[in-house]
Design a protein around this ligand. Structure first.
Ligand code: PEP
Ligand code: CO
Length: 451
């Protein structure tokens, strides 16, 4: 097992390891200049917010809160617009309200936003009609159009991505501070294009009951419901592009530790979780709460080593394991990984990503996911954790606040034929607004039945 001491660690020490999924830039000097420019810019988040999130995740780990992590598979620069950001925030807030009311525990809201611009790909190149070009790796690296100019990894995009991440989080903060998410005004949380009558009614009942509970609390105590009327929002993204992450890694003297201040909670994707790889080396040295995706290919020993390297002091809230097995494989793998982690004696926060193991391609060649599979994987996760004396403390969902047609199923019964109508994702298919809220209501309903 690797040494776990961080004294020899530096934000650049990952460079001595093999780094998977990094773009290959043609001009090294240009890249160096862009990274140096990035390192001079002020951070997007600050260390006390990061510590605050860690404490909330520690509560979720103890079963006293629930993590809702969600957003686009990949943000795009073109979508950095007020309307889209507000809708994304709205769907996450509404889902959290539904979960809060049913689970009677705080919901920790973490967006997949403000930096979710880099994507792992299964191949370095893409070939169409005999022409091979670099694969599209997210807007932080290159552009999706299939031309040589668009696919050239461009170091300037690191700066453009960072700026958009800052614009996004700035707008999120302003919306939240401005009362957008004030629980005293749930009537502002209107349902937009939710057309399904039964879902509308169920949601309205939840909103009314929360409003009544707040009124009751305030008349009883004669005071405003303090923290309860303000919601918090945190940012997360896959920490994939290591030069981008490195550039915003700062030593905070007051805390005596290094932080990645480009986001609150970076996570390690499934393709970059090699114990002796560059990503794990980078992540072990930052103090942020971090996530690691766990898939069927991860052996018990591998996972145990990750737990030891990434959280050697078993710090509460530090490590979230985001399992993504798919509905077909979860019963085979989840019990074994729960037991493997238990044998380390360490505690982690368990979170289910019911999206990435359930991706399929239609006969027409379109990437999609079925609502019923997503729901079923979540259901099985709750059940398996419970049966093994563990507990599921979070859900990680790819979703959008818009009326897209990328996943099938849900209350309005979207079919494969509907996918062509409003399919916008360049990468993975997302639940649309209505499907996302329905998912939250179904999880909520089941959690009420269990209590
Ligand atoms: C993702 O979260 O978009 C992703 C690529 O997931 P994974 O690393 O689990 O495949
Ligand atoms: Co994805």
């Amino acid at each position: 097992m690797r040494s776990t001491d961080t004294t020899s660690w530096q934000p650049t020490s990952w460079q001595a390891r093999k780094a998977q999924q990094q773009p290959s830039y043609a001009d090294g000097a240009e890249l160096e200049r862009a990274v140096a420019d990035l390192a001079r810019l002020p951070p997007i988040v600050v260390s006390w917010e990061v510590e605050n999130l860690r404490l909330r995740l520690a509560a979720a780990q103890r079963g006293e809160a629930f993590l809702l992590q969600g957003g686009d598979c990949a943000e795009s620069f073109a979508d950095c617009e007020s309307d889209r950001i507000a809708k994304q925030l709205k769907v996450l807030l509404q889902m959290s309200l539904v979960l809060l009311q049913a689970m009677k525990r705080p919901v920790v809201r973490v967006g997949r936003f403000a930096g979710q611009y880099a994507k792992p790909r299964s191949a370095d190149t893409e070939t169409r009609a005999g022409v091979s070009l670099p694969a599209y790796r997210g807007d932080l690296v290159n552009r999706p159009e299939f031309t040589a100019a668009a696919r050239r990894p461009d170091p300037q995009l690191l700066l453009r991505g960072y700026e958009r991440a800052a614009l996004t989080l700035n707008f999120v903060r302003a919306l939240v501070d401005g009362g957008f998410a004030d629980l005293h005004h749930p009537e502002y949380w209107d349902l937009g294009f939710m057309r399904h009558a039964q879902l509308r009614e169920a949601y309205q009942r939840i909103v009314d009951s929360i409003g009544d509970a707040l009124d009751f609390f305030e008349s009883l105590t004669g005071q405003k419901a303090g923290d309860a009327n303000r919601v918090e929002f945190f940012a997360s993204h896959e920490g994939l592009h290591l030069l981008y992450e490195q550039a915003q890694t700062r030593f905070i003297a007051r805390q005596d530790r290094w932080y990645n201040l480009s986001t609150h909670m970076p996570w390690i994707g499934m393709r970059t979780a090699q114990v002796d790889g560059a990503h794990v080396e980078y992540f072990r040295g930052i103090a942020n709460p971090i996530g690691v995706k766990v898939g069927a290919a991860m052996s018990d020993e591998w996972l145990q080593e990750l737990v030891a390297v990434l959280n050697p002091h078993n710090q509460p809230g530090r490590l979230t394991l985001i399992h993504r097995f798919g509905v077909k494989e979860i019963e085979q793998h989840l019990p074994r990984v729960i037991e493997a982690v238990r044998r380390t004696g360490a505690t982690v926060l368990w979170c289910c990503d019911p999206m990435h193991g359930n991706t399929e391609t239609t006969s027409g060649g379109v990437k999609t996911r079925r609502f019923e599979n997503i729901l079923k994987e979540l259901d099985l996760s709750f059940r398996i954790h419970r049966e093994l004396g563990s507990h599921l403390g979070g859900a990680h969902i790819e979703l959008t606040g818009e009326d897209v047609t990328e996943c099938t199923g849900g209350a309005r019964g979207l079919t494969d034929a509907d996918l062509q109508r409003a399919y916008r994702s360049q990468v993975d298919p997302r639940l649309n607004y209505e499907q996302a809220l329905e998912l939250a209501m179904l999880i909520a309903e089941r959690s009420k039945q269990r209590t």
